[in-house]
Write a protein that binds this ligand. Structure first.
Ligand SMILES: *[C@@H]1O[C@H](CO)[C@@H](O)[C@H](O)[C@H]1NC(C)=O
Ligand SMILES: *[C@@H]1O[C@H](CO)[C@@H](O)[C@H](O)[C@H]1NC(C)=O
Ligand SMILES: *[C@@H]1O[C@H](CO)[C@@H](O)[C@H](O)[C@H]1NC(C)=O
Length: 160
């Protein structure tokens, strides 16, 4: 899986190389944090999930919910800045044959998570957990955990 996915993601990333300074020059067009209550933060997270995973309006979702100095921990995505991740993910999820199905989601203490099924990006379906850290009204940081269904899975109900 490491080889296949690094080929897939490296080829997508190749076309999406954008410098951090380009993103910095456009800071105010991304989310600028203002103080919110925990309940408002939860509603903002729900908005992000709707816009990103369901509507798949990737640039709009990034400009509305993500800070310009976003920190990205996905091992194949560019590390800093909203624009590089936005460009990368727009290219990936703009393809309507890539399947996204949300399985579970939750929010607590400024951290939101989404457990979902990804189809047609890898040879077999993959289970993904995305974890988002909020800074007040905005998403500041993202981690993910990804497992493609292995060909030799012994559990008949894996992964879903
Ligand atoms: C700047 O922000 C606009 C949206 O407000 C976006 O369309 C554009 O691509 C951004 N440009 C750069 C260089 O960040
Ligand atoms: C969209 O994704 C499918 C499935 O992975 C792939 O076969 C196709 O080449 C992709 N299309 C584009 C334009 O990237
Ligand atoms: C929230 O964002 C502000 C403005 O960029 C920054 O100064 C602050 O350190 C951030 N706080 C956290 C907890 O990330």
């Amino acid at each position: 899986m490491a080889n296949l996915s690094s080929i897939l993601f490296a080829s997508l990333f190749g076309a999406a190389a954008i410098t951090a300074s380009a993103a910095e020059s456009n800071m105010s067009t991304y989310c600028v944090p203002h103080q919110v209550t925990p309940n408002e933060q939860y509603e903002i997270f729900e908005g992000w999930v709707h816009e990103f995973y369901l509507e798949r309006e990737i640039p709009k979702a990034f400009h509305t919910y993500v800070m310009a100095d976003f920190i990205q921990h996905n091992v194949y995505e560019p590390p800093y800045g909203a624009l590089p991740s936005e460009t990368y993910l727009h290219k990936l999820f703009g393809n309507s044959s890539i399947g996204i199905e949300i399985l579970h989601q939750g929010f607590d203490g400024g951290i939101g998570w989404v457990h979902w099924r990804l189809d047609n990006a890898y040879p077999r379906p993959a289970a993904i957990a995305d974890i988002f850290r909020f800074n007040e009204s905005c998403i500041q940081e993202h981690w993910d955990v990804i497992q493609e269904l292995p060909a030799d899975a012994t559990n008949p109900i894996a992964l879903f």
